[in-house]
Write a protein that binds this ligand. Structure first.
Ligand SMILES: [Zn+2]
Length: 340
């Protein structure tokens, strides 16, 4: 899995200039005039997608399909470019090269194509990248807070594990202690690397990408996202359904990690103060106004979540508990968050 990942400096440009014919799926930034001037090999077509709604993707695919006879589809940018490139690569059966410009989620590493149908994330197929290019210069030039968001697709392990324990002890789900402790170590190691993550220079970027890879391998070994995805992601999906909008995923998940750890009580595998200290130390966003959500919306989501997880038949965990808010009420949670 590691061998299709290439680290370097200025290797985004070098890769594009090494291709004969390709379609570039990108965003501005990172693809601006300065970047374009460095290209010696010009793309057959440049696509600037704005979202990953299924109707929009199909419409776009019809418009550009006259140019689909290319050697490669290249994704160069954040989540929208990366997922759209996966979509075209899958639809046209063309090899894929991914060049993330930010490390804000694990989407550039995963093969599943995440699109939206009626504002809900759905996975419609798989696209395996032939190469993943990590260009330190490109990633370092992005706002650090976007890269910090990437930590939350690893740190969601912190809450997912407590949820796994709840599922095992209260709902009779299976558990694998070896995978459980591997996931625990992965999250703990990332927390211990706070100083290099905060710097977000070469070492920090390598570490973060490495932890995201490790998290994915652990999930593959287990067979689904259970070790990495729990109540923190489920609450994010519920919020997205209640108020459809593109939130900075890693910021919303960060807040939800704190909330879920607090509610997990004795089941919590990590303390919320340790996670909050980590976010504060690196400078990652997790407050309502930073995420762009209101106190009202969060309150509504906490009221809905018990029903939402059942309706969506998500993995068992904290939100399935009947006595969910018996010790700490929803208002207590909200007031606690407002005090951050
Ligand atoms: Zn995520």
């Amino acid at each position: 899995m590691r061998n299709n990942l290439y680290y370097g400096s200025k290797n985004a440009i070098a890769t594009l200039n090494s291709l004969d014919s390709f379609i570039l799926v990108t965003q501005n930034p990172p693809f601006d005039n300065i970047f374009q001037k460095k290209l010696t090999q010009h793309p057959i077509q440049i696509i600037y997608p704005t979202n990953v709604d299924i109707h929009y993707l199909k419409e776009m695919s019809q418009k550009v399909s006259r140019n689909k006879d290319v050697d490669y589809v290249v994704g160069f940018g954040g989540g929208v470019a990366i997922d759209t490139a996966k979509f075209f690569s899958w639809k046209w059966k063309k090899p894929l090269i991914q060049i993330p410009s930010i490390i804000s989620t694990d989407a550039f590493l995963t093969h599943e194509i995440g699109i939206r149908v009626d504002n809900k994330v759905q996975y419609i197929g798989k696209a395996v990248p032939e190469q993943i290019i990590i260009d330190f210069d490109v990633i370092k030039s992005a706002p650090k807070v976007l890269n910090y968001a990437g930590t939350c697709d690893v740190l969601s392990i912190c809450t997912a594990l407590g949820d796994w324990k709840i599922a095992y002890e209260e709902f009779g789900d299976k558990i694998d202690k070896k995978i459980y402790s591997k996931a625990r170590n992965c999250a703990q190691n990332l927390l211990n690397d706070a100083p290099v993550i905060r710097e977000m220079q070469e070492e920090g970027i390598r570490k973060l990408v490495g932890y995201l890879q490790e998290e994915m391998q652990i999930c593959t070994e287990w067979g689904n996202a259970r070790p990495e995805e729990g109540g923190e992601h489920h609450l994010a999906y519920c919020i997205e359904e209640l108020s459809p909008k593109r939130y900075l995923h890693g910021a919303l998940v960060a807040l939800n990690i704190l909330t879920v750890l607090r509610l997990q009580g004795d089941y919590a595998e990590f303390s919320y103060t340790e996670l909050k200290d980590f976010f504060d130390f690196i400078g990652h966003s997790y407050k309502f106004e930073q995420i762009g959500i209101t106190e009202e919306l969060y309150r509504r989501a906490l009221h809905e979540i018990h029903f939402y997880v059942q309706k969506e038949t998500l993995e068992k965990g904290i939100w399935f508990k009947k006595d969910l808010f018996s010790n700490i009420s929803i208002s207590d949670v909200i007031n606690w968050i407002l005090g951050f």
